[in-house]
Design a binder for this molecule. Structure first.
Ligand code: DX5
Ligand code: ZN
Length: 220
């Protein structure tokens, strides 16, 4: 079953709770992009905003930590109501960070940039709940989907299936109905979409259309 995860990055930050309630009935997870102005050249939100949103919805919060040093903040995200946190493999200390997330009771996610090889994440597949393969370089919404990442998605899907691992395979960046279908065919099962959902005049309808587009049979 595909999971649709609207990215709040494309919503109006002045009325975030309204954005959440617009999609709550037609999406599964809420993707919250945390940027530290160091790992990526942009700055967004942290635990206080997650805690505020927690009071408005029961949705699963999928927190994508684009941070050079996420370790000291994991507990605060958990306390704020994050369901899962995803750290980037490029920042190092991966084993330590994944263990810390598991100890806190967070779903443990690992992300890789488009130019990071599959081999960098492969050793951690049995230590994570989610693998995020970025389909743009992180930092900004509204960029174009990088189809060349699909080879990596196929490799990950094959490994996950062969070993029957309980790991979600998420794609993030430039996902719309067309690119979502491409990623679904390659083996993704969690689809993050910012612009395609919150950039639409009717986010709930856009979310339903995306769900339909990615629902085709998987051939990977
Ligand atoms: C990019 C973020 C994405 C972003 C996707 O660094 O990780 O989650 O919101 O936005 P779109 O869907 O507009 O590419
Ligand atoms: Zn993201």
């Amino acid at each position: 079953m595909a999971i649709i995860a609207p990215s709040l990055l494309a919503a109006d930050f002045g009325v975030l709770a309204d954005a959440v309630s617009e999609v709550a009935g037609d999406a599964d997870w809420l993707h919250i992009d945390v940027m530290d102005a160091h790992f990526v050249p942009n700055l967004t939100v942290g635990p206080p905003v997650v805690a505020s949103l927690r009071r408005h919805t029961g949705m699963f919060f999928d927190c994508h930590l684009m941070m050079s040093d996420p370790g000291p903040y994991l507990e605060a995200f958990k306390q704020a109501g994050a369901g899962g946190c995803t750290v980037h493999v490029e920042v190092g200390r991966t084993g330590e960070l994944l263990a810390q997330m598991r100890d806190l009771g967070l779903q443990a996610g690992l992300a890789a940039n488009p130019d990071t090889p599959y081999e960098a994440v492969a050793p951690y597949l049995d230590k994570i709940d989610l693998l995020l393969l970025m389909t743009v370089f992180p930092g900004f919404g509204g960029q174009s989907f990088m189809g060349e990442v699909m080879g990596k998605v196929r490799m990950a899907r094959q490994a996950i299936d062969e070993r029957a691992l309980p790991v979600h395979l998420e794609v993030d960046g430039g996902i719309d109905e067309d690119t979502g279908a491409v990623a679904a065919e390659a083996g993704a099962d969690v689809f993050v979409a910012g612009t395609a959902i919150f950039g639409d005049d009717h986010p709930a309808e856009a979310s339903r259309r995306l769900r339909k587009a990615v629902a085709g049979p998987r051939t990977a």
